[in-house]
Write a protein that binds this ligand. Structure first.
Ligand SMILES: [Fe+2]
Length: 474
């Protein structure tokens, strides 16, 4: 599948490739007269590189993972990167990509943007690079070049960790689906509004269901073409929709290939479950599609996470965990995956536990030993709202766990008989001694609203005494 892109005319090989392919070009030939103009002129071409992404590497202060896909004959692609202020790329570094062939999406039942049935056509080289030796707390720009310098995509950006404070924009459940572009448009709208409120956001984080069917490669490509992916590091968590095909089950491999996540997960979960350190926070992500299959698979995930905490001790001060399935059901407050994880969060002093899937925004008081405790002594459990304006679940009165849940939100306006029009995201500001979270949403008139603006103190030094929890893992 071809996508429109731009190719710098400063690249002679790019011109040759476009001409060889018989594609129209608008090349300024008078380069001798106007050399300075050359770098400003761009021509349309068909992209041989797609689904470019900047994912976290283990140490985000000096490393970043860049991933992309290229046509099978595009061997020898590279990442070219430099500091954002280096307008002429004078200090640019080129790093050769490593690739392997992927056919995992090819032939899978899907839909075209027009809503017609079709089978995905997706045989490509799956590229990944870990950039190392980066400067902390620095804005970078990067682009991908083909083996013969043939492909130059528009410039993309990421920022390294290392500042005393950092912030991220957390969204969930957009279910990107090419036949219904309003879903991604709604996401983009709320991100845009949130960035007006907090322009200095360092990266994007999600708790999954970013695409409608993970087996549909064209949906991933569509998602990664959006501004949030071009302008920020993107940390993603696998959801059930990211795992599934249109029919006949699914695979975690779709998520692994769509990203270039650190391959530091446990056996079988490399590039799916992963950890990274940003600032003084250890982030760990989990795969519900595996954990839900048996108590043993859940125990395996927890054992991996406990091992990571032990091994990385001294390199972080706080722990954030993230999975797709909700901690509580915002329709009534019923406990859901909170029961599975509360003992782990107590034992390892998790500061923030993030989830999605419920399509309802939620925040708890700090909890420990199944009780509300003072800030800094427990885990705050939160869920991001859905962001597509279509598949929201209506928040209802809390008849259960009303003592634990502080705030829930969804749109109350229906998009169909059963669902509501929620379009929201969460801004998270992490300071050395506290965390601020804000729900940002578009109301029924598409006006931006900020709600549940909350700052809580966090424990970064002395660990609170171990709680005696009666929690069991079902
Ligand atoms: Fe969802």
């Amino acid at each position: 599948m071809k996508i429109p892109a731009v190719t710098s005319v400063g690249c002679c090989c790019g011109r040759g490739r476009a001409e060889r392919a018989g594609r129209p070009t608008r090349i300024l030939r008078s380069s001798l007269l106007f050399p300075m103009l050359l770098s400003l002129v761009w021509v349309p071409a068909n992209a041989e590189v797609r689904s470019i992404t900047a994912n976290p590497a283990e140490d985000c202060s000096t490393q970043m993972n860049i991933g992309w896909h290229a046509n099978l004959d595009e061997v020898g692609c590279s990442v070219v990167y430099t500091e954002r202020g280096d307008g002429v790329w004078a200090g640019a570094t080129t790093v050769a990509g490593k690739s392997k062939r992927s056919d995992v999406f090819d032939g899978i039942d899907s839909k075209t943007p027009e809503g017609k049935d079709w089978k995905e056509e997706a045989k490509f080289l799956d590229y990944g690079v870990t950039l190392t030796g980066l400067k902390p707390d620095t804005d970078y720009m990067y682009k991908i070049e083909g083996g013969e310098g043939a492909v130059t995509k528009p410039v993309r950006y990421f920022k390294t960790a290392g500042a005393g404070e950092f912030s991220f924009l957390w969204f969930s459940d957009v279910h990107a689906y090419t036949p219904i572009p309003s879903r991604v448009k709604n996401l983009n709208s709320v991100i845009e509004e949130a960035l007006k409120i907090e322009p200095g956001v360092d990266f994007m984080f999600t708790t999954g269901d970013v695409v409608a069917w993970g087996g549909s490669y064209s949906f991933w490509k569509y998602l990664l073409d959006q501004p949030f992916a071009a302008n920020y590091m993107f940390a993603d968590v696998i959801g059930n929709h990211d795992w599934m095909k249109r029919r006949d089950g699914g695979s975690s491999e779709f998520f692994a290939v769509a990203h270039n996540n650190p391959t530091n997960g446990y056996a079988g979960q490399e590039g799916v479950c992963y950890w990274f350190i940003y600032g003084d926070v250890l982030f760990m992500t989990f795969n519900n599609e595996v954990m839900k299959t048996s108590p043993e698979t859940e125990a395996e995930a927890k054992a991996w996470a406990a091992g990571v905490i032990e091994k990385q001790k001294g390199k972080f001060k706080r722990i954030f965990i993230a999975e797709h399935y909700q901690w509580f059901d915002g329709r009534n407050g019923r406990s859901s995956w909170y029961d599975h994880w509360k003992a782990f969060c107590d034992e390892h002093h998790v500061t923030l536990a993030m989830s999605g899937n419920n399509h309802i925004y939620e925040r708890t008081h700090p909890l420990r030993g199944d009780q509300v405790v003072a800030p800094g002594l427990g885990t705050v459990y939160m869920e991001a709202p859905s962001s597509d304006g279509e598949r929201g679940v209506k928040a209802g009165p809390l008849t259960l766990n009303a003592d634990k849940l502080v705030f829930t939100y969804s749109s109350q306006e229906h998009s169909n008989q059963t669902e509501v029009k929620t379009i929201g995201c969460v801004l998270v500001n992490v300071s050395p001694q506290s965390i601020r979270t804000r729900l940002v949403y578009l109301d029924e008139k598409k006006q931006v609203q900020v709600a549940d603006d909350h700052t809580f103190a966090t424990t970064t030094g002395e660990i609170a005494p171990k709680a005696t929890s009666t929690a069991v893992t079902p």
